[in-house]
Design a protein around this ligand. Structure first.
Ligand SMILES: C[S@@+](CC[C@H](N)C(=O)[O-])C[C@H]1O[C@@H](n2cnc3c(N)ncnc32)[C@H](O)[C@@H]1O
Length: 313
């Protein structure tokens, strides 16, 4: 069963946008703890199939357990890896997904585990890898990147106004010794960036490094390109004709990319928007789950060849 402490973001809205039906194939690109998947899987019976993907092998097995508990009899196939590779893997196996979900970013269990090094409020190794077998940690980036590249990452991924000051300080401190823990890095940032309202000055630097360590924007770009390929293939690729694709993003950099990519498919007549765009959580949800505050859901439905041909195609 799903972990009762885990609250999937915009759950009812995601299920409504994806509209799962019996016998369909559902690809969850970011299985996490299986919260969304466990809610969707029962509607796929009889005969449905769930493909679960995640960079984090621990999360992946918890998600598989959650789905098996919620929908016994549904075929579950785990895929450990980056969702960028999932579409090609499915296409190579001749599998076409009817429903695709990507609920981006990290799961709260990853943030709360000090050993994973995501949180500036918990002392731990400066790691931040979503895939613990991945090659590069945040400590590696902080130790090796040129100052100008650190500035770019902090500015572009963290929207940190003090990017130059933080990068300069990192470079000065690393000359004296390694920056190996979350607490060390948080102190470096706090020493040069003033508190902005209630927000800890380290927030933006930690977000920026996490995005860089996991190449989160590169992965999203790859997934959006695969969705476009699938839409153009009109049911002959990794996406079935009429497939629904939903993406939940948590910051403006991601949402801008999703909005543009989905908008292009709609303008080209290859897809239609599902519901209002974007869907955001109500006050009640944010009250129970503050992390949902910045969530934005966008969803499209791919055109079927029998749909009316839009003018201009
Ligand atoms: C917000 S959580 C998903 C929560 C999930 N929807 C649920 O209800 O339990 C995001 C998950 O996506 C995974 N993830 C992030 N980027 C990924 C990528 N590029 N490829 C595969 N998994 C990724 C993270 O490891 C994390 O487990």
């Amino acid at each position: 069963m799903p972990d009762p402490r885990h609250i999937p973001v915009l759950l009812a809205e995601v299920v409504e946008a994806l509209g799962p039906r019996p016998g369909e194939c559902y690809a969850d690109c970011t299985a996490g703890l299986g919260g969304h998947a466990a809610a969707i899987a029962p509607a796929l019976r009889p005969g449905g199939r769930v493909i679960l993907g995640d960079l984090d092998p621990g999360n992946l097995s918890r998600a598989a357990e959650a789905v098996a508990g919620a929908a016994p009899g549904v075929e579950v196939r785990p895929f450990h890896g980056n969702f960028v590779s999932l579409p090609r893997r499915l296409a190579a196996e001749g599998v076409a997904a009817d429903i695709v979900l990507a609920d981006l970013g990290f799961a709260s269990c990853q943030m709360e585990d000090p050993a994973r090094g995501f949180a500036f409020s918990r002392e731990g190794p400066l790691d931040m890898r979503l895939d613990p077998t991945g090659p590069t940690t945040a400590a590696d980036l902080v130790a090796t990147l040129p100052e100008a590249e650190l500035v770019r990452i902090l500015r572009d991924y963290g929207e940190e106004k003090g990017a130059r000051a933080v990068a300069r300080k990192i470079v000065a401190v690393r000359r004296e010794g390694s920056i190996a823990t979350t607490a060390q890095l948080a102190e470096i940032v706090r020493s040069v960036v003033r508190r902005d309202g209630g927000i800890d000055p380290a927030t933006r630097t930690f977000q920026a490094l996490r995005i860089a360590v996991n190449d989160e924007l590169g992965a999203l770009e790859g997934l959006l390109a695969a969705v476009a390929r699938g839409a153009k293939a009109q049911g002959t690729g990794w996406l079935a004709a009429g497939a629904r694709v939903a993406i939940v993003s948590f910051h403006s950099l991601e949402d801008r990319m999703v909005k543009r990519a989905f908008g292009e498919l709609v303008s080209a007549g290859l897809a239609e928007a599902v519901g209002r765009q974007p869907v955001t959580p109500g006050e009640n949800e944010v009250g129970v789950n503050p992390r949902a505050r910045s969530a934005k859901l966008r969803a499209i439905r791919l055109r079927k060849s029998c749909d009316a041909q839009p003018p201009g195609l």
